[in-house]
Design a protein around this ligand. Structure first.
Ligand code: SF4
Ligand code: SF4
Length: 222
């Protein structure tokens, strides 16, 4: 899922303050799962903003809505009438949802309430870690299901660098060395010999380096 965290309250207050009517739009999928932008977080942020504007005696009316997935244009329609009546939108979606919202309401200022961080998963309760960098050419079959692009600090494809020690990355003692983990898993699987197969230099044109990417589904395309 896409992991994000809320921007600092002061930053959000400063963005909302110039408007008379602001709707906070939540997103009920990834960012709800990581407790950043779901219905509950919309309610909490709305309460915080109302208190802040009351204290400052600034007349900003805050309303709330929640959309199943802001990144899907048709789902935005569930709240479109309400949003169209507002002066500004504070979107608690990931960057894709914010952009979709801005496209749907080109005359409304839409500003992000979250900082979108990475594609990741729960590694422990209340803790998320990056797992995929969306490189566009997945090699997980060669690396025991551990991503060397997202989880190795140098995105190395053929084994660890010289800085790994005691299974930790040289960047920080807090970061497991992805290649130590790959070696450990392959050893358990009895497949360590697989590492003799050199992974060729990566074609980064499928990644962000090739510019903004598109996916066209042949059969479903109009
Ligand atoms: S190899 Fe590429 S697509 Fe596969 S998990 Fe890693 S970054 Fe994601
Ligand atoms: S120590 Fe391991 S994870 Fe860190 S950069 Fe080197 S190979 Fe990659």
């Amino acid at each position: 899922m896409i992991v994000a965290q809320r921007k600092p309250l002061d930053e959000i207050i400063a963005k909302a303050e110039p408007f008379k009517k602001v709707v906070i739009a939540g997103c009920e999928t990834c960012v709800a799962e990581c407790h950043a932008g779901g219905k509950k977080e919309v309610e909490i942020l709305a309460a915080q903003l109302r208190i802040a504007f009351n204290r400052k005696m600034v007349p900003v009316e805050i309303s709330e809505c929640s959309i199943e997935r802001q990144c899907e244009p048709e789902m935005i329609e569930s709240c479109a009438e309400q949003i169209a009546a507002e002066e500004a939108v504070l979107s608690l979606a990931c960057g894709v949802g914010v952009q979709q919202m801005a496209e749907r309401f080109p005359n409304l200022p839409v500003f992000p309430g979250l900082n979108t961080t990475f594609m990741g998963t729960h590694s422990a309760p209340a803790k998320w870690e990056e797992r995929c960098a969306g490189c566009g050419n997945c090699v997980l079959d060669l690396t025991a299901g551990i991503c060397p692009i997202a989880r190795c600090s140098k995105s190395l494809l053929n084994g660890p660098c010289g800085g790994a020690h005691d299974g930790k990355c040289e960047v920080s003692e807090e970061i497991p060395c992805a290649w130590a983990e790959i070696v450990e898993r392959l050893t358990k699987q009895g497949k360590l010999g697989q590492l003799r197969q050199i992974i060729p230099a990566k074609e980064w044109d499928t990644a962000r380096d090739g510019g903004p990417r598109k996916l066209i589904h042949g059969e479903a395309a109009p």
